[in-house]
Design a protein around this ligand. Structure first.
Ligand code: TXA
Ligand code: MG
Length: 356
């Protein structure tokens, strides 16, 4: 057990004294839970090997699942990456700070623990004032999401308290994160660039800004498991609540009434003698309630940001409600929808039924 110091900060106007205190402690090897625009991170100073090792212990994370290094400037990218390609300048100008992680070649000074022994390194510049001020002061910070390994990423303060209190030295509580799903990971060591994890920045947006197409594999869609090497994190069970999930998918969500009717049929068949909950959008929740089902609503299909933001809270909520099974609506894989479907499919352990 570690004694955890907690600071509650205003995300837009954080106390300089607290940031300076945290900076000193992190430089000395402390573990800090800090907010980013996507999800909370569990950070250690990248050049402190002991602190990096403690990150894996605190999360219960397998050592071959590498961390993302968070930077606050292009200068810090050069401290971490070996000869970063020119495209980094455009990314720094047009996308960062923001929810995009890139894979580059690693500098040999970076401890192998950070990258799970890979020759590459994941790097991003988070768009959160507290994260940026802290990283500017400390230097590059290696940080996975601040959840216990396998659980949904923390997007609300109560998630970090329940997962990390007593496991880290410092928690910086700055309220809800902004996006609710993690950053998009794009591998820039392959040509064309390859999407490793869809996230808060739609890959379509990346292509539009950088003028480069991105390869989207079934692994990125959450439809297949990867082996090793390319994105080690993807071979582990992720985001999973204890409640079993069944995702009901269709190839066309435009006729939402007929889709919801099919979800009702699946639920009626699968929920015999079970306590079922339907994880639904606002457009369809009334229908399910009319059939007597309990519903957790996660937002409107017209606003995928709202759905992304509520997603991990909803997954944790299912466990609190103690259902035997959750029937989960699908979403079309456009924009943020791809990140949402990747998380849901993986959280379900690929338990999917198609209703076309
Ligand atoms: O939004 C985010 O990205 C959050 C916040 C805290 O920044 N971080 C996050 O970290 O989601 P984590 O550790 O939960 O997920 C990092 C993913 C893992 O799936 C890992 O395998 C992959 O990034 N990764 C890290 N380094 C890699 C590398 N060199 N090559 C391929 N994948 C890598
Ligand atoms: Mg994670």
């Amino acid at each position: 057990m570690t004694l955890t110091k907690v600071f509650v900060l205003d995300p837009l106007n954080p106390s300089k004294d607290v940031i300076e205190y945290c900076c000193r402690e992190v430089k000395r090897g402390a573990l800090v839970v800090f907010p980013t625009e996507t999800v909370y991170g569990l950070g250690a100073y990248v050049f402190n090997i002991d602190a990096v090792r403690r990150v894996f212990l605190a999360k219960g994370r397998p050592p071959d699942n590498p961390l993302i290094v968070h930077v606050a400037s292009v200068d810090q990218v050069h401290q971490v990456a070996e000869a970063p390609p020119d495209i980094i300048k455009t990314i720094a100008e047009k996308v960062w700070p923001g929810p995009l992680t890139v894979i580059l070649r690693k500098r040999k000074e970076i401890p192998p623990e950070v990258s799970g022994g890979l020759p590459t390194i994941a790097i991003r510049m988070p768009a959160h004032p507290i994260a940026l001020e802290l990283i500017e002061c400390v230097g590059p910070i290696a940080a996975p999401s601040a959840n216990i390994s396998g659980r949904p990423s923390p997007t609300e303060p109560h998630h970090i308290y329940s997962d990390m209190l007593g496991r880290v030295d410092i928690i910086i509580d700055a309220g809800s994160t902004f996006f609710g799903v993690e950053s998009t990971i794009i591998d820039l060591t392959s040509d064309p660039p390859k999407l490793l994890r869809p996230g808060a920045l739609p890959h379509e947006k990346f292509s539009e800004i950088l003028g480069k197409q991105v390869v989207v594999t079934d692994v990125a869609r959450g439809l297949a498991e990867s082996g090793i090497a390319v994105a080690p994190g993807m071979k582990y069970k992720h985001y999973a609540p204890r409640t079993p999930l069944l995702i009901v998918e269709t190839s066309d969500y435009s006729n939402i009434d007929s889709y919801a009717q099919k979800v009702v049929e699946v639920a009626r068949e699968r929920c015999v003698n079970k306590r079922c909950i339907i994880l639904a959008s606002r457009e369809t929740e009334v229908k399910y309630r009319a059939y007597g089902f309990s519903v957790v609503a996660i937002g409107s299909r017209q606003n995928m940001y709202e759905i992304a933001r509520n997603l991990f809270t909803a997954l944790r909520e299912l466990d609190r409600l103690g259902a035997d099974l959750a029937i989960v609506e699908g979403f079309s894989e456009i924009g943020l929808g791809l990140a949402i479907m990747n998380r849901l499919r993986k959280a379900s352990g690929f338990n999917i039924v198609k209703v076309d």
